[in-house]
Design a protein around this ligand. Structure first.
Ligand code: FES
Length: 213
């Protein structure tokens, strides 16, 4: 499905590429926990998003893949990618800390590269492949990187952990056996308020030794 086939009445639905039938609007909303207002443009309106929704605001229909699931959605031009992921699609694993490109808590992968989703407009994600922390575990099993974080006590308060994991994922996919120096360099944009950097770096290096796949 592409943007040419965008259906305003169905915006916000997650569409499995090979699924024989798209999930219903009801199924989607039950899955995301969203509540919806009566207007068609409010299919994105979780309570948080409803407060920021302006019916007169410019909107753009986009097609974006998130963790391998395609979404044909309509976004307000002012919405950030982080807002779309959290309030629109319901993927709250991506955290918003500073909301101004300083902490890295909101890091996701866009076309394989780490980006601050608080500083990317959702409309810019049209046609992009987005990966979030929810896409790391497979069939209920933590990825080797996530398991390495657990084994090495890398999460403390945990707020920065999703962003750390996504930056580390990008590193390990480009460099399967990083050194501690390389791991520190890759994570330089991800702040940890608990100052647990040594354990985080150890976890990334250990995951590299075992392979991130
Ligand atoms: Fe995006 Fe801090 S929330 S960089």
């Amino acid at each position: 499905m592409n943007s040419d086939s965008f259906d305003p009445a169905a915006d916000g639905q997650a569409v499995e590429p090979d699924a024989p039938e798209s999930p219903s609007r009801r199924e989607f909303l039950e899955t995301t926990g969203a509540t919806v207002a009566a207007s068609t443009v409010a299919s994105f309106a979780t309570p948080a998003m409803a407060q920021s929704t302006d019916a007169a605001a410019p909107r753009t229909a986009i097609s974006v893949s998130v963790n391998g699931v395609r979404h044909e959605i309509e976004v307000e031009d002012r919405w950030t990618l982080a807002e779309m992921l959290r309030d629109g699609i319901g993927l709250t694993g991506t955290k918003i800390g500073c909301d101004r490109s300083e902490c890295g808590a909101c890091t996701v992968l866009m076309n394989g590269a780490p980006v601050y989703s608080c500083s990317q407009l959702a409309a810019w994600a049209d046609g992009a492949e987005i990966r979030t922390v929810e896409g790391l575990a497979q069939n209920g099993t933590l990825s080797p990187l996530q398991q390495s974080f657990v084994d090495n006590n890398a999460p403390q308060c945990g707020f920065c952990t999703p962003g750390q994991l996504m930056s580390a994922t990008a590193l390990l996919e480009a460099n399967p056996s990083p050194t501690a120096v390389e791991a520190r360099a890759a994570l330089v944009g991800n702040l940890c308020r608990c100052s647990n950097y040594n354990a985080i770096v150890e976890a990334v290096v250990a995951a590299g030794e075992g392979g991130v796949a």
